[in-house]
Design a protein. Structure first.
Length: 204
């Protein structure tokens, strides 16, 4: 019985020390995994979206320049850039999709891509008029069809960027909370060990 009585303080101390160690280890594991996810998925996703937005803007700019070209050489150069930037934008968007995990993010992505496909069809209609040297019809289609849809497309694309940023901030905030609670639990456990040891020594 005496052996059991002497072992109880040792076991209790061991359990408290284990709690401190486990809290720190689990907190570190969570922080590491979340930090790795931010570095390998969230930040690259934001970079892909940023590049896609830049390519989209460049493509629209060269569309305007193509419709206002003064000669065929300039028109062909601008036309080539329109499709080049459109292709690059598609690559960046699909690269962004590879890192998506939440249903809400995928829903927004699908909506943006559906609108992008509609815009692309209207753009091709504009380019067909321009290829036929019918700049009047091309500009009319641009003003009446593409611009209103393009504004909505920009709004939803911004929602996609905001959503990706919000998810990244939420991940970073979760690391802060886990680190805070790990520190609090470690301090509490350490105090419990100190108090337990103090009373154990005092009672003996």
């Amino acid at each position: 019985m005496k052996t059991i009585r002497y072992l109880k303080p040792v076991i209790t101390t061991f359990l408290l020390l284990f709690l401190v160690a486990a809290t720190g280890v689990l907190g570190d594991i969570y922080s590491y995994r979340t930090s790795k996810e931010i570095a390998n998925e969230t930040l690259p996703s934001l970079a892909h979206l940023t590049m896609a937005n830049q390519y989209r803007g460049q493509g629209f700019l060269h569309l305007i320049l193509a419709l206002n070209a003064t000669d065929n050489t300039e028109y062909r150069q601008q036309r080539e850039k329109i499709f080049y930037y459109s292709e690059q934008g598609s690559k960046e968007l699909y690269a962004y999709k590879e890192g998506l995990t939440s249903i809400n993010s995928l829903r927004i992505f699908d909506q943006v891509m559906a609108e992008r496909e509609t815009n692309t069809k209207v753009r091709d209609e504009i380019m067909a008029y321009a290829d036929a040297d019918d700049r009047g019809s091309a500009m009319k289609t641009l003003n009446e069809k593409l611009l209103p849809m393009y504004d909505q497309y920009l709004n939803n694309a911004q929602k996609m960027m905001d959503n990706a940023s919000k998810e990244g901030l939420a991940q970073a905030e979760s690391i802060r909370y886990i680190s805070l609670w790990s520190m609090v639990l470690t301090v509490i456990s350490s105090l419990m060990i100190f108090i337990f040891g103090f009373f154990l020594g005092y009672t003996r």
